[in-house]
Design a protein around this ligand. Sequence first.
Ligand code: PMP
Length: 365
Amino acid sequence: MTTPIYNFSPGPALLPPEVLQQAAAEMVNWHGSGMSVMEMSHRGKEFMSILESAQRDLRTLLNVPSNYKILFMQGGALAENAIIPMNLVGRVSPQPATIDFIHTGAWSGKSIKEAAKYAKVNVAASSEGQKFQTIPDRALWQLSKDAAYLHICSNETIDGLEYHFTPDVGDVPLVADMSSHILSRVIDVSRYGVIFAGAQKNIGPAGLTIVIVREDLIGHALPYCPSAFDWKIVADNDSMYNTPPTYAIYIAGLVFQWLLRQGGVAVMEQKNIAKAALLYDYLDSTNFYRNDVAKDCRSRMNAPFFLRDESLNDAFLAGAKEAGLVQLKGHKSVGGMRASIYNAMPIEGIEALLAYMRKFADKNA
Ligand code: PMP
């Protein structure tokens, strides 16, 4: 029997094996059409049915209210850092508008930098002084009076922080970058103005960007906003203004069906809680490894950790690879290790990781 490979990549990340097998079986001839999904016109009835099912299933999974549009876009989450201000700052006066941000790590940091090209930026709270090991207490956020919106990154993929609460921000639209934890937990979409996510972690292949936006926030794009990024044009054309990333949408649709078969997001959340607890409980029980993030802000999806003796890092990674545990190297800006444990990571993957970590610690203690 071959050892299973467990892939801890932060993204593009592992997909459910069932989904990949189904995609392989349907690769050259989708449902008897004689065509691969890659070869189909995006306006043909076959692909239209794939797109409609994917949108419907995502709406069901996240219980998206009827006054929200689900847009399938391109450009990744980083393009949204520009697309969002181009669509939202025109709504408010006076101009130039102010955008509030909470700075909790690398990805919210990138969003702040980009938004500064389009508006005034107010960093209402930051944990930079705490090396991004915590999320600033809501009571200390210095929000502007007339902000166009408040932007948060609800799961910082690199630093390993996650919001375990939805901030109350009154009438100001709350915009959340959920790239690395969308569909991993139950959320109340009605508390957000905009939710966006690159697909390549919990959803499917890179190339697809999900935007869930409340309808009243659509239709305010600045004149220089590219048409393909104007949410009104995208929404009016059912995400078909330009050719959408058809194959990525197809795979995302298969992942949505897989999630529904698992019992939906609430079931995944319970599994994710159990998986993360297993990993963090071990990290907290040993002084051979450590995770520095404040306990109430630890991400269930991305767990950075460090070896006490960092000179063992290469040996740790080499041994892990031999044991079938791949892509554990931490982001270069943080160092150490990182285990990304998205929806598709089974608990057996965490158990295999912990068995290896224990063995490595015993051997090198
Ligand atoms: N935001 C977060 C939270 C991310 O994890 C990433 C990608 N790792 C991005 C934004 C950037 O996404 P993309 O590469 O799709 O632009």
